[in-house]
Design a binder for this molecule. Structure first.
Ligand code: ATP
Length: 271
């Protein structure tokens, strides 16, 4: 993994290649890239997300942790416009309730689902190229530059550029899914359980890459069951239970919160 991460052109609110931003500076800047106001999402009569309000400050990682069925995936799907919702969603100050998923990608939001949704019979490089679909008018040179930046973040993808996606390991698939999302030049990355099914060493590698992206200016909303690993790289966290925000605080506060410790951190201490 490169220590000098540069985002695909135009991704960051600050110029690409900017120096890492410290936590204090991040908090001081703190203009929200995403503001969610009393969001509700239902599947028929089942209300999966209930009046959830949250914000993602620009250039920060905000994590959403919580048990199975808490509504984490549903929240991300609704933010991306893949599920209907009630309530407010503002992205960079603009109301995006009327925008469809494709328009939200063009606005600067990019989702990596927990299934990773790769095109298995296509090569690594072709999957990356497809991620640049919404910037197709920018031309080949810009696209190749963006691909090089993904390869700089995940060198093992470069070594496998002509390999079919279906033959990649779980960790490599997650890296490719992340890389493909970056090809859309997002300002906000929505990540659903990037650690799912991965060995602890690979989880660390993937999450370190996410932290590097944040340090280069990207904003991230990170849904994770691996609460400890998520809180270790995040700036803030929300605990979602039964579709509602049960707790919100800085990662430091949540890591030392007795309820969070006993409910979400205990079993993962061995990692
Ligand atoms: P996990 O960590 O297990 O992925 P989650 O926090 O992401 O869980 P969701 O997948 O968002 O939770 O599910 C929230 C609630 O909505 C659950 O009760 C689930 O059964 C329900 N649900 C999710 N998808 C559907 C669906 N397509 N139809 C009906 N109910 C659904």
């Amino acid at each position: 993994m490169s220590s000098d991460v540069r985002l695909p052109t135009g991704s960051a609110p600050s110029p690409a290649g900017a120096m890492p931003v410290g936590l204090a500076e991040r908090s001081a800047a703190a203009a929200p890239v995403l503001e969610v106001e009393r969001l509700c999402v239902s599947y028929g009569k089942v209300q999966a997300v209930r009046e959830v309000s949250m914000r993602v400050p620009a250039g920060s990682i905000v994590t959403v942790i919580g048990p199975n069925g808490a509504g984490k995936t549903t929240l991300l799907m609704a933010l991306m416009g893949l599920l209907p919702s009630q309530g407010g969603i503002r992205f960079k100050g603009d109301d995006c309730r009327g925008a469809d998923p494709q328009q939200r990608v063009e606005m600067g939001m990019s989702l990596v689902t927990e299934k990773r949704d790769l095109f298995g019979s296509m090569t690594v490089e072709d999957n990356l190229t497809l991620g640049a679909f919404c910037h197709r008018r920018q031309g080949r040179a810009a696209r190749l530059q963006d691909i090089d930046r993904v390869y700089a973040l995940f060198p093992r993808l470069k070594a496998r550029s002509t390999q079919l996606a279906q033959t990649l390991s779980g960790g490599e698939r997650q890296m490719l899914a992340l890389g493909r999302a970056l090809m859309a030049r997002p300002q906000l990355l929505l990540l659903d359980e990037p650690s799912l099914g991965l060995a602890p060493r690979i989880v660390r590698e993937v999450l370190q890459a996410v932290a590097q992206l944040r340090d280069a200016g990207l904003s991230v909303l990170l849904v994770e069951q691996n609460a400890r690993a998520a809180l270790q790289i995040a700036d803030e966290g929300y605990v979602l239970e039964l579709g509602e925000v049960a707790l919100h605080g800085s990662s430091e506060q949540l890591l030392h919160d007795p309820k969070v410790e006993s409910t979400y951190l205990g079993m993962l201490r061995a990692e």
